[in-house]
Design a protein around this ligand. Structure first.
Ligand SMILES: [Zn+2]
Ligand SMILES: [Zn+2]
Length: 335
């Protein structure tokens, strides 16, 4: 038996291959993929940069997945059944390093990740440990359920902040992640949720999902300050901007993934005088159940944020930047 998969064979080169099916490992579950998301991390991995871990080609990418269980390993103890509709947490922690044992598995020294260090969801089937599988409610579409991973990363980011109803928040960045933060924060009933972004075409959508205000910091002189500032772009300019928008006592969340070689300028006096908290958020520990619930109850109605749906064969062109359209978020239909 063979299965069809899109393989990153080397840096910046992908091809569809028929891969021989491996025997299913005892504690793993085989899932027929229905939808898989394409994310900024895939672009980093494609161009040879690290994601949540280093990728070593040949590898099948895809870490935002939904599908149906087709086979259970012999030693699987959870109550999963063949036919269950599921989503997958791609991050696999060792459980024995100092970080895992200190309740910080996201910092695991031996991290593995589906679609990063082991074959992922841009494939007909994926095998994952039973600990990484989550059932989804019937009301949740496969397309939305594939977004549980990015939403779970947002949940972790929000878990790191102390959020109060009277707070005001600024989301820096109008992309997919910025939109998820905006919608969830708006639904928490904060006093104000503002978004800074550059694309005028996104203003209507951002307002529809709950933004009280959208502004382009390059065009308007905006001097309001915020209790919470969430950076979702990952470049020097927006990171410095995010810190400058924090009011005294404010909390800044660095969520966007930057180039590891990039540095930013911050005034240490500002951190001191404003008593700023600046935090990083890395991946999604313990956040999948909340993410699934947020999708299921439409606290984040994620399908309207997905701008493109492609086939597996389109992916090499997308990652190589050969598609001219502006993609905010793309998913691959594997059905
Ligand atoms: Zn991702
Ligand atoms: Zn560990």
């Amino acid at each position: 038996m063979h299965l069809k998969a899109l393989v990153l064979t080397e840096k910046e080169h992908m091809e569809i291959r028929q891969i021989p099916e491996k025997p299913l490992r005892d504690h793993e579950i085989r899932v027929r993929i229905k939808y898989v998301g394409i994310c900024g991390t895939d672009k980093h991995l494609y161009s040879g940069q690290p994601g949540s871990a280093e990728a070593n080609p040949p590898i099948v990418l895809g870490h935002e997945m939904s599908g149906v269980i087709t086979e259970l390993g012999q030693a699987v103890k959870s109550d999963f059944k063949v036919g269950d509709r599921v989503t997958i947490d791609p991050n696999i922690y060792c459980g024995r390093c100092a970080y895992c044992q200190n309740n910080q598995p996201q910092l695991c020294e031996n991290m593995e990740a589906v679609g990063v260090t082991r074959d992922g969801g841009m494939s007909e089937y994926v095998d994952v440990p039973e600990t990484n599988i989550y059932k989804i409610p019937d009301s949740l579409s496969f397309k939305a359920a594939a977004m549980a991973e990015p939403v779970s990363c947002v949940v972790h980011g929000l878990d790191l902040l102390e959020i109060r109803p009277h707070h005001t928040a600024l989301v820096v960045g109008d992309g997919f992640i910025g939109q998820i933060f905006t919608e969830i924060l708006a639904n928490r009933g904060l006093k104000k949720v503002a978004v800074s972004g550059r694309n005028p075409k996104k203003v209507n959508l951002l307002k529809k999902i709950g933004a009280d205000e959208v502004f382009n910091p390059q065009k308007v002189n905006h001097d309001e300050k915020y209790d919470l500032v969430i950076e979702c772009v990952g470049v020097k300019m927006t990171q410095e901007l995010a810190i400058s928008f924090a009011r005294r006592g404010g909390q800044v969340l660095m969520f966007g993934v930057s180039n590891p070689a990039e540095t930013i300028q911050v005034s240490a006096y500002d951190i001191f005088f404003k008593e700023l908290t600046i935090k990083g958020a890395f991946i999604n520990p313990y956040a999948m159940p909340d993410a699934i619930q947020i999708l299921a109850n439409r606290t984040c109605d994620v399908e309207r944020l997905i701008t493109h749906e492609f086939k597996l064969t389109d992916v090499p062109d997308i990652l190589a930047g050969h598609i001219n359209e502006k993609i905010t978020k793309a998913v691959i239909n594997m059905e």
